[in-house]
Design a protein around this ligand. Structure first.
Ligand code: HPA
Length: 246
């Protein structure tokens, strides 16, 4: 198994990551968000890419998800963990929680969302009943237990277009739909990974209460504070997972 991590907001690089090489690639779907970095985490060799680019410039709707996945695949990735900052909708998705999601609802539009686009790839209708790879979810959950970190097992993440945050009414509608979390970048990453046959799971970091779920406005400063507290916890889980990599 070759593990790759796609780092979201707050994870433009990985702390404690011993970089071995950086590879800038062009894929048949264009340029990825940045270099594919190969390095060592807890003595295991893994791959890393920053989803929004190393300088966090690329907004969710402009990320070349297809190129990111093709580039990781070309470097040998067989399992991908996507790290996503999200807002908490459900009461049990408190700010600061780390969640191993088990379902999603896709509200995004206008993104290049498939390799089956009628050009050179055969038409595929992937099974997406369970959008996340269950063994990878279990591996993350087990790593969290071993690392002594509390995580939430399962959660429905609604993925919206962004980059703006939602209205309170949009969040109420998403809640009625069954969303427990809201983020901007979980799709089409998850389904593209499935199209390529790469195992994919998502580690979501709840960095704010979703719109209308708190009396306070959502500010980037508040999000940053939560993020700074959560990064060491996520790294603890990832290090533990790497040290028990099969
Ligand atoms: N909404 C959508 N995406 C997000 C949020 C949010 O509240 N917080 C972090 N990413």
């Amino acid at each position: 198994m070759t593990l790759a991590i796609i780092g979201g907001s707050g994870f433009e690089s990985l702390p404690d990551f011993e970089i071995v090489s950086e590879c800038r690639l062009r894929t048949r779907c264009g340029l990825p968000s940045g270099p594919i970095v190969e390095g060592r985490l807890a003595s295991e060799t893994i791959l890393f890419i920053s989803r929004h680019g190393p300088d966090h410039r690329i907004p969710p709707h402009r990320i070349n998800y297809r190129a990111n996945l093709l580039a990781l695949q070309s470097r040998g990735a067989t399992t991908i963990i996507g790290i996503n900052a999200v807002g908490g909708i459900a009461g049990h998705m408190a700010t600061g929680s780390v969640v191993v999601c088990d379902q999603l609802i896709d509200y995004t539009w206008g993104r290049e969302q498939t390799f089956s686009d009628g050009v050179d790839q055969p038409l595929q209708h992937i099974d997406f009943t369970q959008p996340y790879d269950e063994p990878s979810r279990r591996w993350l959950l087990e790593g969290a237990v071993q690392a002594g970190e509390t995580v939430v097992d399962g959660g429905v993440c609604g993925i919206i277009q962004g980059p703006r945050l939602e209205t309170a009414a949009e969040i109420r509608r998403m809640e009625r739909d069954g969303c427990e979390l809201v983020g901007m970048t979980g799709m089409p990453e998850a389904s593209l990974a499935r199209e390529l046959g790469i195992a994919y799971a998502c580690l979501a970091l709840v960095v704010n209460p979703a719109a209308g779920k708190s009396k306070k406005l959502i500010t980037l400063d508040d999000i940053q504070v939560v993020m700074n507290r959560s990064i060491p916890r996520v790294m603890n889980i990832l290090r533990q997972c790497c040290s028990q990599k099969g």
